[in-house]
Design a protein around this ligand. Structure first.
Ligand code: GLU
Length: 484
């Protein structure tokens, strides 16, 4: 099916603030945004907050933060459905007047009993139509008496409803199995279905791009459009996202909210690229696409029908690629807040960006995430290192020898005129011969003495960045440690 884009593209991301946005929600936002930007259309942020019982404190902020972090800017909104209740009330009155919706006074207990009976008889659970044909006078009397009532859609009981989906093709539903869905709750708040359809119409939404799980609600939506006498938008239900075990992506597959990925040190551009490929592809081989390339190439024709698998190792790989692609200045600027967050409290802040930049040149190539830098680079910032003395004794090196070597290095380095990689290396390397120690042992010893770690960035570069005072005092500290 071809995408009908002869109309102005207006799309929306319409999350419910019932939790923090997970990557699936954000993938929906991203596809809408890419589609809007590709067609020079409008991207709207609409907060579907009419389910007051399930509202979660802070959810809206985490949605807007997540979108901003990825650079998904919206042209209109955020529009809150809770500010527009009058629209839904008007809509429901129209439907009631025209006999397309009706008041239902059934109590929760009655509905429960009906459900149990249906289950007992192996029938699908659905409303039994008890209030469908109440006399108007009875309805008015019960409403006037203040009896709680919901409003239900008068679902046709025969025939089919076909949803024309751009991705899935035509999907046909038998009306007889559909429910008389609740459109308005007894507290006067609309359900998702009513508010969603009224808003999509009111906001002149041209294309509804949303998660696959909503397809079963779509026949009702199609009928609502027709009940109002409106033409529906184009529907495109996006493929599900699965974990590597082919189960629906969930918490147990690792971090799933977008904020967690940010906290774990993923770059937004890596996440952007990665999410764009969850259900869309340029071809069968291209993985790395910039934001501009994605905007330029995005099309619904290339959204797949089959579920996408969330491949975390691929995300990690991509993150490394994007980290290596940053300019050194950019890397330092991005790394700084993470390092500041992750260093022990004893390190004084704010950190010096120049110093961070110098460290950055040593670690950028190897970093897979910004959140590992605090751990990886902590020794650059700590005043005192703490490590056990025997770390200074690589295999085959005795404490006395290690001390001699450290003392020799200390003397040599103290004499260095300029504290540069070249000078340090020229001074220290010959010790291998003169003191008959292997490079591996010598470097291993010095690495631990200067960093407190057995794995660290290249030795002389590290010493240069640490600077003369820090390096020398660490060497002296190591000697004392071996004395003890
Ligand atoms: N509020 C729904 C959600 O949370 C919106 C679904 C739709 O886009 O229609 O996903």
């Amino acid at each position: 099916m071809a995408t009908d884009i002869s109309i102005d593209v207006r799309v929306r991301f319409a999350p419910s603030p019932t939790g923090f946005p997970h990557v699936g929600n954000i993938r929906t936002a991203l596809f809408n945004w890419l589609f809007a930007r590709h067609h020079g259309g409008v991207f709207i942020l609409r907060i579907e907050d009419t389910d007051t019982a399930r509202r979660v404190e802070g959810a809206v902020e985490s949605i807007t933060d997540g979108l901003r972090w990825l650079g998904l800017d919206w042209d209109e909104g955020p529009i809150f459905q809770s500010d527009r209740l009058h629209l839904y009330q008007d809509g429901i009155q129209t439907l009631i007047r025209e006999g397309k919706a009706y008041y239902c006074f059934c109590s929760a207990e009655r509905l429960q009993a009906v459900r149990e009976e249906q289950m007992h008889n192996h029938l699908p659970p659905r409303y039994d139509g008890h209030c469908r044909n109440l006399e108007e006078t009875e309805v008015q009397r019960r409403l006037a008496a203040g009896e709680p009532a919901v409003v239900r859609f008068m679902m046709p009981q025969t025939g089919d409803t076909t949803v024309a989906d751009l991705i899935r093709g035509d999907v046909t539903f038998n009306n007889a199995v559909l429910n008389d869905y609740v459109l308005m709750k007894s507290d006067g708040y609309p359900t998702y279905h009513l508010a969603n359809v009224i808003d999509d119409h009111d906001m002149r939404i041209s294309h509804v791009l949303r998660a696959d799980e909503w397809i079963s609600s779509t026949p009702l939506h199609v009928m609502l459009y027709s009940a109002f006498g409106w033409s529906p938008p184009v529907f495109a239900h996006l493929p599900m996202i699965l974990g590597p075990d082919k189960a629906k992506l969930s918490k147990r597959h690792g971090a799933t909210t977008i904020g967690e990925y940010r906290d774990q040190g993923y770059l937004p551009e890596a996440m952007f690229n990665f999410l764009a490929l969850l259900g869309w592809s340029l071809d069968d081989k291209t993985d790395l696409l910039t934001r501009d390339q994605l905007v330029q190439n995005f099309s619904l024709e290339r959204v797949g029908k089959t579920a996408a698998v969330f491949n975390k190792p691929k995300l990690d790989w991509m993150n490394g690629v994007y980290i290596r692609g940053l300019s050194p200045e950019e890397f330092a600027a991005r790394a700084l807040p993470y390092i500041e967050r992750d260093l022990p409290a004893s390190v004084s802040r704010p950190l010096d960006i120049e110093y961070v930049a110098r460290i950055g040149t040593l670690v950028q190539e190897r970093a897979k995430s910004l959140a590992e830098l605090g751990e990886l680079c902590g020794f650059f910032f700590q005043e005192e290192l703490s490590y056990p003395a025997d770390m200074l004794l690589p295999k085959g090196l005795e404490a006395a020898r290690a001390k001699e070597i450290l003392a020799a290095v200390l003397v040599l380095c103290s004499s260095s005129q300029e504290w540069t990689v070249e000078n340090l290396e020229t001074l220290v390397r010959p010790l291998c011969d003169s003191m008959e120690v292997s490079t591996k042992q010598l470097f291993g010893l010095l690495r631990v003495a200067t960093t407190g770690r057995s794995a660290a960035p290249p030795l002389f570069e590290t010493m240069e960045v640490l600077g003369r005072d820090r390096t020398l005092s660490r060497l002296a500290h190591a000697i004392r440690l071996l004395d003890a």
